[in-house]
Structures are given as structure tokens and as C-alpha cells.
Design a protein around this ligand. Structure first.
Ligand code: URA
Ligand code: SF4
Length: 205
């Protein structure tokens, strides 16, 4: 059973976690990625956003949410007048998983075993930050924190109590918005993302 557990530092502060993260070999995903991508944001943030995993650009830059999905997320935050510097953003899985297709690296969804392997990092971040609200972006983060049977499109936008935080909710992933079937579906999914972000922000105040 792969796990990050042995690589976690004794001290569970955000800086200590960030320092220890690059040495993680808790699952096989470290082998092919450029680098690990730690969370960013205010250490006193009342709201934590949890994405899936770094994408191609995040893997190159070492920062979360700097690629196309991240740009869409930042657009939604700006439209809601939420300062991105005032929230903490991280991922359920900290290394980029992909397959090579010629010059491009195609994103692959992490397996449950990889989500589980990386979960100690996420739980330690939650423990260090103690956010009032956690918003899971997409199915992977939801699986990690709300269980493998969580039904995203049925239960998105509902505030749930979990052992990790008093209030956890889930919404669609910004990359799912970008992949929407047609213009109408893209607009609908974007509205879900914005509504759930607004609710998460409001309940974190
Ligand atoms: N998508 C994610 O889920 N996380 C990132 O950091 C970037 C894109
Ligand atoms: Fe460690 Fe997570 Fe990277 Fe796997 S994906 S090697 S558990 S940091």
C-alpha cells in the first residue's frame, strides 16, 4: 500500500511540510514529474481550496493553479471580489500524472491508491491551517476528503461536516468547465463553480 506517511516531518507547520515535501517517494508519481507542487496562500486563511493535482504548467513552474484551469479559477475569484492571496490553495495529489503523446504530456487522473498515498500531506496541511471551510474542486479532491462514493453532480454545493473540518463542500473542477460539451454546458458549469465558491467564501467569514 503506497503511502506518504514516512516522509512527513515531525513538526506539522506549513513551512515544515513545504520543506519536507520534495523528498516524498510515497507513490510512483514522483518518478516522472519535474517537481512536487506544494500548496500556496495565507497561513491564516479561513478557506482552503483543494484541486486534483498539478497540471503541465504547474509541474514546470512548481506553483498550483497557474495553467488554463487555474486562470479560469482566478477569473471566477476576481468576479466574486475574492482576493486569491487571502485563501489557501493546494491539491489532493502533489505530483503531476501524465502520459506522453509526442511533444505533449496528457493529464491522467490519479488512481484511488495514489489519492490515498498522498492524503497524509493534505491532512497535515488541514491540521496546520485549520481552515473554517474546505472547498473540494472536482471528483479527485472529493474522493480524498468525502469518500469514494461521493457523487459530485448530485451533492456539489452542499455543506457537509467531516472529521477534517466542520464545513466541507465540493464543486466542479475548473478544467471540467473548460472541457464542457457546448457553450451552454460551459456556462452552466462555470455558474456552479462560481456559486459554490461564493457559498464557501461566505461561510468561511
Ligand atoms: N488543476 C488542479 O487541480 N490543480 C492545479 O494546481 C492546477 C490545475
Ligand atoms: Fe508523495 Fe504525493 Fe508525490 Fe506520491 S504524489 S510521491 S504521495 S507527494
Amino acid at each position: 500500500q503506497p503511502t506518504a506517511e514516512p516522509f512527513l516531518p515531525a513538526q506539522r507547520s506549513l513551512p515544515a511540510l513545504r520543506d519536507a515535501l520534495p523528498s516524498c517517494k510515497g507513490c510512483e508519481l514522483y518518478c516522472h514529474a519535474t517537481q512536487v507542487v506544494p500548496g500556496v496562500g495565507a497561513s491564516n486563511s479561513p478557506l482552503m481550496l483543494v484541486g486534483e493535482q498539478p497540471g503541465d504548467q504547474e509541474d514546470v513552474q512548481g506553483l498550483p493553479f497557474v495553467g488554463p484551469a487555474g486562470k479560469l479559477l482566478h477569473k471566477a475569484l476576481a468576479e466574486l471580489n475574492i482576493d486569491p492571496a487571502s485563501i489557501y490553495m493546494t491539491n489532493a495529489v502533489k505530483h503531476f500524472k501524465f502520459i506522453r503523446r509526442g511533444k505533449i504530456r496528457l493529464h491522467q487522473s490519479p488512481r484511488m491508491s495514489e489519492i490515498t498515498a498522498c492524503k497524509p500531506w493534505l491532512l497535515a496541511e488541514i491540521e496546520a491551517l485549520r481552515p473554517r471551510v474546505i472547498l473540494c474542486l472536482g471528483a479527485t479532491a472529493s474522493k480524498s476528503l468525502l469518500g469514494g462514493t461521493f457523487a459530485l453532480m448530485r451533492d456539489r454545493g452542499k455543506i457537509l461536516a467531516t472529521p477534517h473540518a466542520e464545513r466541507v463542500l465540493a464543486t466542479v473542477h475548473p478544467s471540467a468547465v473548460l472541457r464542457g460539451r457546448d457553450q451552454q454546458s460551459i456556462e452552466q458549469l462555470y455558474q456552479f463553480l462560481k456559486d459554490d465558491l461564493a457559498l464557501a467564501w461566505k461561510s468561511a467569514q
